[in-house]
Design a protein around this ligand. Structure first.
Ligand code: SF4
Length: 390
């Protein structure tokens, strides 16, 4: 294999990040994962994972996000969306190690909600989330300065999606805001509009817009898009003053791929199909779908669907494939024609899980995700406000 050394060139920081060989403390992604990983071709991986898990017994609790690979999910003690998993971890104080098969921000949330004695482990530190990366603490602090300059900061309540870093959750807690999930975004916005006149919604513009317009009766004109890469977010003070919803310009690289064409195309290919999408999809996709809901909603909708019904699902491919397997009496297809996994979720594979479990079984704590005390306290405040939502 030809390497950069052979060619006598120095890889750029970006190239190293893409190769997963460099650390970027500001990023959810691109962090080097140390460790002596077993070969993916090792035929004993399943047996090794089982043996290590058995050796650890009640000391370990393995969480598996719905978007994880089947080879990993088979070892999960519980599966769920990010919030359910963090709650499940908190409900197991006897588990010394929480192995989180998901992405970085989820492991942070688990660390925030678990006791100081519990250690949260992410099997591959490079498993970040591109959406969470789209709002950094510096950018959000700058945005707050812009809102202050425009004279509206006192009227703004931040609402941050669960899919955000611990720093953003802490910012939200500090400024009187709440966290939301895709299941309770409407309740979170209702609560926020009782506390103030405007909402700064972070970091997913689509969930913010879809909830404001579809569930809260606002118009698209009530929403403005704050672009952290432009001076003043690309907005005038007047636009900010007129807006009800200030949407952060972030999106999910998986759900953001579905288009109106995908919906029209599947309706043509499969007459009578029900189109069911996640609210992280673009507004026009959500508007053209038959059903819209969180990952848990999608799973329940398929469970309740009659035999023979047809479904095109707009969410991550690992989950859609699993649903298709679990419901052989129904036709379940992926909404888009092109394959679309969450690449960072997919970084957690069996070799990484085996490495993490065997290391812990040998008494070696690896890949711990730990949130500092101040960040944790403010982030917890925002999470507790969510838990107290009516
Ligand atoms: S599916 Fe989207 S929001 Fe979820 S971890 Fe992947 S990039 Fe992030």
């Amino acid at each position: 294999m030809t390497t950069a050394h052979d060619l006598d060139v120095t890889p750029t920081p970006l190239a190293l990040l893409l190769l997963g060989r460099e650390a970027d403390p500001k990023s959810e992604r691109g962090v080097d994962c140390p460790g002596d990983l077993p070969a993916p071709s090792d035929p004993d991986l399943v047996a090794r994972a089982r043996a290590a898990k058995e050796k650890l017994g009640d000391k370990v609790f393995v969480l598996g996000h719905h978007y994880q690979r089947d080879e990993v999910i088979q070892f999960a003690d519980v599966t769920g969306d990010s919030f359910k998993l963090a709650q499940q971890a908190a409900a197991r104080p006897e588990a010394e190690y929480i192995v989180f098969c998901g992405v970085h921000f989820m492991a942070e949330s688990a660390d925030i909600l678990t006791t100081d004695d519990q250690r949260v482990v992410l099997p591959d530190l490079a498993a970040g989330c591109s959406m969470a990366d789209m709002a950094t603490a510096e950018q959000v602090a700058e945005c707050w300065d812009v809102l202050t300059e425009a004279g509206i900061a006192d009227a703004v309540v931040p609402v941050s999606y669960m899919n955000s870093s611990a720093d953003i959750k802490a910012f939200t807690g500090k400024h009187g805001g709440t966290i939301c999930t895709s299941s309770n975004a409407k309740r979170a916005l209702e609560w926020a509009f009782e506390q103030g006149e405007k909402v700064l919604f972070l970091p997913d513009q689509h969930l913010g817009r879809n909830t404001a317009v579809r569930d809260m009766g606002m118009s698209l004109d009530d929403c403005v898009l704050y672009n952290p890469h432009k001076p003043n977010g690309g907005l005038t003070a007047e636009q900010l003053r007129d807006a009800k919803m200030i949407l952060w310009r972030g999106h999910c690289s998986v759900h953001g791929r579905f288009s109106l064409d995908s919906v029209n195309d599947v309706r043509e290919r499969i007459p009578g199909v029900n189109v069911l999408v996640h609210p992280e999809c673009k507004h026009e996709v959500v508007e053209s779908a038959d059903y819209v809901g969180s990952t848990e909603y999608i799973i329940k909708a398929l469970d309740a669907a009659p035999a023979g019904s047809k479904w095109a699902i707009g969410t991550e491919l690992n989950l859609v494939r699993r649903l298709a397997k679990q419901h052989p009496d129904k036709e379940v297809v992926f909404l888009d024609k092109t394959v679309c996994f969450c690449s960072t979720m997919n970084r957690i594979d069996l070799p990484h899980l085996v490495w993490a479990l065997e290391s812990l079984a040998d008494g070696k704590l690896i890949n711990q995700i730990s949130v500092d005390r101040e960040t944790e306290d403010f982030a917890k405040l925002a999470l507790e406000r969510m838990l107290a939502l009516p």
